[in-house]
Design a protein around this ligand. Sequence first.
Ligand code: PMP
Length: 384
Amino acid sequence: MEIYFDNAATTRPFPEVMEEMTKVALNDYGNPSSKHMKGVEAENHIRRAKEIIASAVKCKEKEIVFTSGATESNNMAIFGGVRAKKRAGKHIITSAMEHPSVREPFLRLEQEGYDVTFLPVDKRGIVDLQELRNSLREDTVLVSVMHVNNETGIIEPVKEIGEIIKEYNQDIYFHVDAVQAFGKVEVIPKNIKADLLSVSAHKFHGPKGTGFLYIRDGVRILPLLEGGGQQNKLRSGTENVPGIAGMGKAVEMIAREYAEKKEELKALREYFISGLSGIEGVTVNGGGPDVQSPHIVSATVDGIRSEVLLHALEEKGIFVSSGSACSSNKPGLSFVLTAMGLSGEAADSTIRFSFSYSSTKEEADICTDALKELVPTLRMFVRK
Ligand code: PMP
């Protein structure tokens, strides 16, 4: 038995994605920049993926740039955005809850002399909009706030954030890390007034190492990579054609899953949470269902270190995450959970369960039954 409840870390690729990638890699292996037929075939796969993505996020095809994933997309948006706006100012804003691939670029820019505002969040992990209003300045050039948090699944009010920024000054770039949102909640950059928006394919059953950055038509950013000038000089390097084609396939398929199964996934989350409520000393972090992405449950289990529980569940074939997989190899506590006001001990006892559209109630039952058995036993071993 294998129950994979770590879909926020990564997902299993759809078999159709792998088939598409294998076909493209083996047959249409040309360089998309080549002028002959093999190049044109490869270029057609890129064009097709762009069409699919543009139709899914309701944007123009030329607004999509392919990258190696969201770490690159986020770095490109932030460094590329501020570099293009060097003359406009040196103040940038982000939240206290961002993924390291946003947080670290901001910290780097701070070292380089930028003035950085980290917006506080409330107990649910939602950005303080009044603080945002108070923080905007004449020299603010870029604001970056994520759509859905990867540790808790909380949905940030990105639409309101976009409105506040643009009402203050149309020229401030608004970047959104939509990695955990895409395929689970509606992601349409225009509706939230985003200028830049990052997505990564491996979070929705596409290949690892592939993603894209939406860059609104008219928005200028400087490239991170200089070289052959591919992708309108924005991202040099031969395109990862099989990866891009695989991502296109995954976008096509996840759009269908989202349309058909999003209510089911919401119901599964609620079902799982009601199962957890039968276990003493378990608190679910975040907000109500209206501000939560349906695929993540963050739960603090009093008195048990998350890593201990993670491995005990693993023994039973259940795979979950402590805090977030992306940062759990780093020493220190989750800054996301502590920003929400959790104590160090509570943050260290927090487990993340994350579902996909193929997760089932039966799996949820097996997982809650395992917790009902493990939690009291493990607590007996904890020294007070
Ligand atoms: N942002 C968020 C919110 C994420 O969850 C992740 C993946 N853990 C990333 C960015 C980085 O994405 P990638 O793995 O494609 O670099």
